[in-house]
Design a binder for this molecule. Structure first.
Ligand SMILES: O=C(O)C1=C[C@@H](OP(=O)(O)O)[C@@H](O)[C@H](O)C1
Ligand SMILES: C=C(OP(=O)(O)O)C(=O)O
Length: 746
């Protein structure tokens, strides 16, 4: 047996929290002996009788003698006195920690009471509890899969913090670390305020003369809202007093919110009412997703700064080799079009209805940004979104920076669109987006008169100074980028005169087509597109087809896995997006387009793919921009083809969510695929390959591409860091599993 973490643990205050800590320590073999200190002889007797602790003392200094860990779980208001009382018994090296729900005041009390021993005090707060209280309710599993927040200060000994972290982790808890101030603020907003409101609502209604009548009719809403008003008044009395400053601040925020709501009700302002409630709906959906550890809003909500155990938030794909793909696979809506539907719908006059919207995190980041700028957007529900457009000049200044998550398209297109607004705005993103180049859009927009600054080396954050008159320019795009083209055209909506852009090679033209769909004239002349500023967009109905970039994984998977036969219905086959089909066909793939039709100005088809022997090719450079997002998947096809596949002219791949040339090369190397990296591309020699461990570097397309590689690998493939698959393809694992891929999400 391994050594227990502690020799002797003393629990001071043997209620539900202390008793459960003792029970969990015992069950997990974390101490040789466990004793308790409590003023109540009865509690001690009970604890010993239940087998939760071995021994106990009413004298707290006596109780902690010989303990190398002391866990104090008395009410927060008593903490100072309790610590002073136990201090004389503390051994020099003993670590003291607590379970109080307020940290600032507890820390001040501990600093005073413990004196020179303060550096061994590790403030903590397990976020767990249940309706029952007292040691008789002690539960060895209470902390399993719950969060525990530690708030060490600069004076706290890091070794002591590490040991306290270790014991909580051993009890199955997820340990987070943050500053005491942040803890008190977050808890005031998310726990103390709701408790106060529940107590207050019940009390307010109970005071009314006919309260019995009211409660008789109290329905689910009342019960749900006020359940926590049954909590222990003594404990909450303590918390409200001890966390006064943060609670008052949270109450202030809340009363501002209530005033806004009241105002909207009074005026019968439907837009304002719908705005508040649709934002609340989506925020709550994000919270729930966040707790399921999937949402881009983790960072937006400050969680990145408090998450220390990110592995739990980030799934790994465990791929069993072999298998084939079969059936009808409906992949989610087109990402590029989903972004633009929100942008143009918001700027239109009237109500735009969208069907087939991609409920992935990138498109949701765009949607949230427009909500933050005052646009009322209902949904998404089952791909349906209703956008109450505010007109070209109706956006409002957001209250905080707009968070674009992982999405380059959101940040670049919004930079263009926001360059001509009357207000200042800042755009931020996650770790990957924060490394991507933004000067490519800032530069032409500055030429138009915009005031834009970018961060270090031209990366995010992007800060835009409002109120700058824009003038039209002609811009020759230095690289084939639909995002830069779109940013300039969207800026052009606000510029005086005709803004035109010429591209070096055709790139996706959804901005041009969709502007047309909203009744905004776009002049198109060969490689040049142009708009006149000052026009108007008119709301419309939009149908977003399935995303060919998501379909691409199945085009490759079905091509490489013998016996596959897949139909991908209703996929967008806009000619500026079909490079992947052309490339795979050149390699020998069996791909047919059936039922070709027009859906709201975009061509769509059902794509039928059957497995076929592939051969290596030199990829025509003209096809590169038309397949720019599909190269990770195409590289997997190349690894399964006979002979060499050679790609040049694809340096843009290095500035996507990851450096897609290098990251794919690293993954191919892990599987033993022969290849050679070029600055602007790669050579891949196809053949048999094995399993291995692949890092996706948080890049959705890398993760999904290597998932398909498993169909032909000779060993299992483990793909790390797959959370961002949800940016473009929520539900990928399930859908692919259904089609025949052997994928386990861990
Ligand atoms: O305009 C768009 O919707 C996109 C353009 C492309 O980016 P670049 O413009 O950087 O090539 C593409 O990679 C991205 O996924 C979506
Ligand atoms: C490059 C991509 O997206 P974005 O630039 O919007 O992050 C992509 O989806 O592959």
């Amino acid at each position: 047996m391994s050594e227990p973490l502690f020799n002797r643990i003393a629990i001071i205050g043997l209620g539900l929290i202390g008793g459960s800590f003792a029970a969990a320590a015992r069950e997990n073999g974390l101490a040789r002996s466990i004793v308790a200190g409590s003023r109540s002889a009865r509690t001690l007797e009970q604890g010993i009788a239940l087998g939760v602790v071995d021994d106990g003392s009413q004298d707290l200094a006596e109780a902690v003698k010989g303990a190398d860990l002391v866990f104090v779980s008395t009410p927060v208001s008593a903490m100072g006195k309790v610590l002073a009382a136990l201090k004389p018994g503390l051994s020099r090296t003993a670590i003291v920690t607590d379970g109080g729900s307020v940290k600032g005041n507890v820390i001040s009390a501990a600093r005073q009471a413990l004196g020179e021993h303060y550096s061994r005090f590790v403030p903590g707060h397990p976020i767990a509890g249940k309706e029952k209280s007292g040691v008789s309710a002690a539960d060895a599993t209470l902390y399993r899969d719950h969060r525990v927040i530690l708030t060490p200060t600069d004076d706290t000994d890091p070794a002591a913090t590490a040991k306290v972290r270790a014991i909580w982790t051993a009890m199955g808890a997820e340990v987070l670390q943050m500053s005491p101030q942040y803890h008190d603020q977050v808890l005031a907003e998310t726990s103390h305020l709701p408790h106060l409101l529940a107590f207050s609502l019940v009390d307010t209604l109970a005071r009314q003369g006919d309260s019995n009548e009211i409660f008789r009719y109290a329905a689910g809403g009342f019960r749900d809202f006020t359940r926590i008003a049954s909590s222990d008044p003594v404990m909450w009395h303590d918390i409200f007093r001890e966390n006064k400053a943060a609670l008052l601040q949270a109450l202030g925020l809340f009363s501002d919110g209530i005033d806004r709501f009241r105002d909207a009700v009074e005026k019968g302002d439907s837009d304002a009412l719908m705005g508040i409630m649709t934002r609340a709906n989506s925020a709550r959906a994000h919270f729930m997703a966040m707790n399921g550890r999937t949402s881009y809003t983790r960072a937006q909500l400050g969680e990145d700064s408090i998450m220390t155990d990110s592995s739990k938030a980030n799934p790994t794909y465990l791929m069993t080799p072999g298998g084939k793909l079969n059936g009808r696979i409906r992949v989610p809506g087109d990402k590029s079009m989903s972004h633009r539907s929100i942008m143009l719908g918001s700027l239109a006059d009237g109500v735009t209805e969208v069907e087939g919207f991609l409920e992935g995190e990138d498109a949701l980041a765009t949607l949230q940004a427009f909500r933050d700028m005052g646009v009322v957007i209902e949904g998404p529900a089952n791909g349906q979104v209703t956008i109450h457009g505010v007109g070209l000049n109706g956006l409002k200044a957001p209250e905080k920076p707009l968070y674009m998550g992982n999405s380059g398209t959101s940040m670049r297109l919004l930079t263009g669109l926001l360059a001509g607004q009357a207000f200042d705005v800042e755009l931020t993103g996650d770790a990957s987006l924060s490394k991507r180049p933004m000067e490519r859009v800032a530069k032409p927009l500055r030429e138009m008169g915009a005031q834009i600054t970018t961060g270090n080396e031209g990366r995010p954050p992007v800060r835009i100074r409002g109120g700058q008159p824009l003038k039209a320019i002609h811009y020759d795009l230095p690289m084939a980028s639909a995002q830069v083209k779109s940013a300039v055209l969207l800026g052009g909506l606000y510029a005086e005169g005709e803004t035109s852009v010429t591209e070096p090679a055709p790139t996706r033209d959804h901005t041009e087509r969709m502007l047309g769909g909203f009744g905004y004239a776009v002049r198109r002349d060969g490689a040049t597109s142009a708009v006149n500023g000052g026009g108007k967009l008119t709301a419309c109905k939009l149908e977003v087809p399935a995303d060919i970039s998501s379909a691409a994984f199945f085009l490759v998977g079905a091509s490489i896995a013998e016996g596959s036969d897949v139909t991908l219905p209703h996929v967008g086959i806009n000619p500026t997006r079909t490079g992947v089909i052309d490339i795979l066909k050149l390699m020998g793939a069996d791909i047919r387009l059936e039922n070709q039709r027009d859906a709201g100005g975009e061509p769509v088809a059902d794509i039928v793919v059957k497995s076929a022997p592939l051969k290596g090719i030199v990829i025509p450079e003209a096809l590169v921009p038309l397949a720019i997002d599909e190269f990770p998947a195409i590289f997997i096809a190349a690894a399964c083809a006979e002979g060499d596949t050679i790609l040049h002219g694809a340096e843009e791949l290095r500035v996507k969510e990851s450096d897609r040339i290098q990251v794919m090369a690293d993954g191919l190397a892990a599987l033993g695929v022969d290849h050679e990296v070029f600055d602007d591309g790669i050579r891949i020699t196809g053949g048999a390959f094995g399993g291995g461990e692949v890092q996706s570097h948080g890049d959705h397309r890398i993760a999904m591409s290597f998932a398909m590689a498993a169909l032909r690998a000779n060993g299992p493939i483990t793909i790390h860091d797959c959370a961002n698959v949800a940016t473009s393809f929520p539900g990928f694992a399930q859908l692919a599993g259904h089609a025949g891929l052997n994928l386990e999400v861990k």
